[in-house]
Design a protein around this ligand. Structure first.
Ligand code: APR
Length: 391
């Protein structure tokens, strides 16, 4: 078994396969330090915590994770606090920085004898329609190599080798550009709210998400074409204060901005998530816009589903789970996509007339979606199949 990518999807998959006695190697193009220090998401849904706990992978988040159960919306009409924990299942989200989760997962995997080849970039996956797919790689010195396996799991994100290696027409791509970009910021500053903060403002959206006791993630809607370095720190904080209505609700706690990136809000879902012996999971399978913090949660859920299916096939000779993998995951992906799309419209006031009033029924969850928030609105307008194209 070859797994491409040492992110949440790849490392959860590797840990679960190892537990089921499946020999696997993870190929990761970055070095270990880079993987362990790359700040990404950090908002884990209750079911994600359950999955990690079920497999004994929750030690770090149980000790250092912080519970969250309230969203605070700020608009020109005032402030509204949504206690989704009380209104929903009573379970909180857990704020736990993703790079800390990845560090935990890596330690578990290596400690259990898992193999990771860092600084090893997968270039192509070939032979996926046969019994022995091959992964061509290039190491940190540019030396070529090859790995052969019974199955390959591409957990290498939207621009990885897995997607690149899909033959034309093998999958349909449902791509949507929501026409909005966010300037994502990581500040060395304690959180300014005891909630996830969403500000809807005539100048654009602003968001506040705690990451730890002294690190906070902020988002500022910005014009397409904005570059990450365009805004000075003063301009960032003044704009955040303005949009979060600091004069009415108190100034934000400022600090040094240690990471910034411009994120165009796009969604990009493949269907199916399998081509022969090549399986896609995480962002490689479906990129969900960050408006609803679904990406890492879907990645963990898909990894658990794929791990069970692969183990049944490799250990027990039962390929049934692999045949159902794509359909099972897409149910959850489309539900997460509907909610994410609804949040984009809510936070940016983009009542796009081209949006269909309701999501095509065939993309609704046939089972309660495990990555959905308790506050997921029923029937939120969803993600039209329009714009689908064959890859
Ligand atoms: N060869 C080897 N490794 C690769 C290649 C490649 N060609 N391309 C990408 N990678 C590695 C990246 O360096 C990264 O470590 O694959 C990993 C992909 O990890 P993520 O981007 O975190 O993707 P995934 O595991 O799917 O997690 C998805 O986590 O970052 C959050 O919310 C975010 O939705 C995202 C979610």
């Amino acid at each position: 078994m070859v797994i491409i990518g040492a992110g949440p999807a790849g490392l959860v998959l590797g840990n679960l396969l190892l537990r089921r006695g499946v020999d696997c190697v993870v190929l990761e193009r970055a070095g270990r330090d880079a993987v362990q220090n790359r700040a990404r998401a950090g908002f884990l849904a209750p079911n994600t915590v359950r999955i990690l706990r079920r497999h004994g992978l929750d030690e770090g988040l149980s000790r250092r994770g912080r519970e969250h159960g309230v969203c605070e919306f700020r608009t020109e009409d005032g402030r509204f606090r949504l206690d989704y924990r009380r209104l929903g299942t009573g379970e909180p989200h857990t704020v736990y920085p993703q790079h800390e989760l990845v560090t935990d997962l890596l330690a578990h995997f290596l400690g259990a004898g898992g193999r990771v080849r860092f600084d090893t970039e997968a270039v192509t996956v070939s032979g996926a329609d046969g019994p022995a797919p091959e992964v061509a790689v290039r190491d940190g010195d540019g030396r070529p190599g090859r790995w052969r396996a019974r199955y390959v799991a591409a957990c290498d994100g939207r621009h990885g080798a897995g997607r690149r290696s899909l033959p034309p027409g093998a999958v349909r791509r449902h791509h949507r550009d929501h026409g909005v970009s966010w300037l994502g910021l990581l500040a060395e500053a304690p959180p300014s709210l005891d909630a996830v903060g969403y500000a809807v403002h005539s100048r654009g959206f602003a968001g506040h998400m705690a990451r730890s006791a002294d690190i906070t993630r902020y988002y500022l809607q910005c014009a397409r074409g904005t570059r990450a370095g365009d805004w000075s720190e003063d301009r960032v904080w003044d704009e955040l204060d303005l949009r979060m209505r600091a004069p009415a609700y108190g100034p934000l706690r400022r600090g040094r901005i240690v990471q910034r990136a411009v994120v165009p809000l796009v969604s990009d879902v493949l269907e199916p998530l399998r081509h022969g012996a090549l399986f896609l999971a995480g962002d490689a399978a479906a990129l969900i816009s960050p408006s609803a913090a679904k990406g890492a949660n879907l990645a963990v859920l898909e990894a658990e589903i794929l791990a069970g299916a692969l183990a049944d096939a490799l250990v027990h000779g039962d390929p049934g789970g692999l045949d159902r993998y794509s359909e099972r995951c897409l149910d959850h992906i489309w539900r997460a996509q509907e909610f994410s799309h609804w949040m984009i419209r809510l936070l940016h006031g983009t009542a796009d007339p081209s949006d269909p009033p309701n999501h095509p029924a065939d993309h609704r969850s046939s089972e309660p979606s495990d990555v959905s928030d308790p506050s997921d609105p029923p029937g939120a307008s969803g993600f039209p199949a329009a714009g689908a194209e064959d890859l």
